[in-house]
Design a protein around this ligand. Structure first.
Ligand code: NDP
Length: 385
């Protein structure tokens, strides 16, 4: 049966990897909608290549250009946040690969369609995990994790006997500054921070990997997705990124998923689940890899990890505040406005200054997100003085 698919964030790193797989088997997929923020050139080209029904830009100022590029193709063009949400609501399978909390409303809209929603976009789970999962339940939608660590855990986790799981171990590459001193990290540039040793990713998640906030966000994501006590989710630095995560059972068995550092592997898993499909990746050559190393993460040099654990323990609004402040700080770092070490400092400061009630509705989460951004932006301004 032909699967009707949509890709939110189709012009990004995960979006492109998803389209690469879809385009290898055009007879199996019908592309309902592709979305981007404003990268009209790539979005229109992808929509034409995949014969998509609809292409949508979130940024309305990019609409005229999109419409012009799609003129005469029969592909509908639309723009605006609402149009992105509408595009999300009508597929059997949706890849949620918008970056940041901007993906929250589209994720909720995609879940309303009741199909399978694949979450690469981790920030909505961090900021509004309970709401996202409750909406999935209410609508009978299936949530599958595409984040490589969570996809690995999903593949190894015994959901029928979660009490037999002793620990979840999230692996972390350690990022480009794994061995750097804090002093050396003080002067790193955006170009150095986005140059990840193992993975090719968008700018925001690359900086998150460098600060290790990415692993902190993933810790919260894991606590949302898997029924284990958060105290039993551990992080281990594994610089080769071959083992993508591990589930440790009470009998001493540790089940791990291994594979190349290429997002097409976990995406393919979600695209075919519960079946499997072939991917173009070469099998891992374990003899050539030779060794797998593991070390404890250093929360002194990478305080983002500690902040995420604190936000998870505090619960309520705190994960949303952590995420919003981090998005603001990472954007400011990428703009060259603040230093690398100030990212975690701004997150810590925002968490300390702003402690609202736990948000219980989508609107309340969005309000917390907006207010936390305002607090963090003020802190960015303070750094500039
Ligand atoms: P990219 O920055 O490469 O791509 C982001 C996508 O989202 C682009 O299509 C972009 O459009 C779109 N977008 C950006 N802002 C908005 C907005 N305000 N409204 C609507 N669309 C928007 O990101 P990645 O692909 O690297 O990451 C996407 C998500 O997946 C993130 O949450 C990340 O943490 C997660 N993830 C990524 C992995 C990776 O390997 N890259 C691995 C695991 C998880 P445009 O091109 O027009 O700007």
């Amino acid at each position: 049966m032909v699967k009707r698919v949509s890709v939110l964030g189709a012009t990004g790193s995960v979006g492109r990897s998803t389209l690469d797989l879809i385009e290898r088997s055009p007879e199996e997929f019908e592309v309902v909608a592709l979305t981007a923020n404003c990268n009209v050139v790539e979005l229109a080209a992808a929509a034409i290549r995949t014969n998509a029904k609809r292409a949508v830009v979130a940024d309305e100022s990019c609409f005229a250009d999109l419409r012009a590029r799609l003129s005469g193709t029969g592909i509908a063009a639309a723009a605006g946040r609402q149009a992105v949400c509408e595009a999300a609501a009508d597929s059997d399978w949706t890849m949620a690969a918008i970056v940041g909390c901007a993906g929250l409303e589209p994720v909720i809209a995609a879940l309303a369609g009741g199909g399978t929603v694949v979450l690469a976009n981790k920030e909505p789970l961090v900021s509004a995990g309970d709401l996202v999962l409750a909406e999935a339940k209410r609508r009978g939608a299936t949530v599958l994790p595409a984040d490589s660590e969570h996809n690995a855990i999903f593949q190894c986790f015994d959901f029928e006997r979660p009490e037999r799981v002793r620990r979840i171990i999230l692996t972390a590459s350690g990022g480009p500054f794994r061995e750097w001193t804090s002093e050396a990290m003080r002067v790193v540039t955006p170009a150095q921070a986005v140059a990840h040793p193992n993975w090719s990713m968008g700018a925001k998640i690359s900086v998150d990997s460098a600060t290790m906030m990415n692993k902190g966000l993933e810790l919260i994501e894991a606590a949302r997705l898997f029924p284990v006590d958060p105290a039993r989710i551990e992080i281990v630095v594994h610089r080769q990124s071959i083992i993508h995560s591990i589930v440790d059972y009470v009998d001493g068995s540790m089940l791990a998923q291994m594979g190349p550092s290429d997002m097409r592997v976990p995406i393919a898993h979600t695209l075919a689940w519960p079946d499997r499909i072939a991917t173009p990746m070469q099998p891992l050559d374990l003899v050539r890899i030779g060794r797998l190393d593991f070390e404890a993460p250093d929360e002194e040099r990478f305080p983002a990890l500690r902040l995420a654990r604190e936000a998870l323990a505090a619960g309520g609004a705190m994960p949303a505040i952590l995420n919003a402040a981090n998005e603001v700080a990472v954007a400011a770092f990428l703009d060259g406005r603040i230093g690398f070490l100030e990212i975690a400092a701004i997150v810590a400061d925002t968490m300390m200054r702003y402690q609202p009630q736990a948000p219980e509705t989508l609107e309340a989460v969005l309000a917390v997100d907006a207010e936390a951004r305002a607090v963090a932006r003020q802190r960015v301004e303070d750094c500039l003085v």
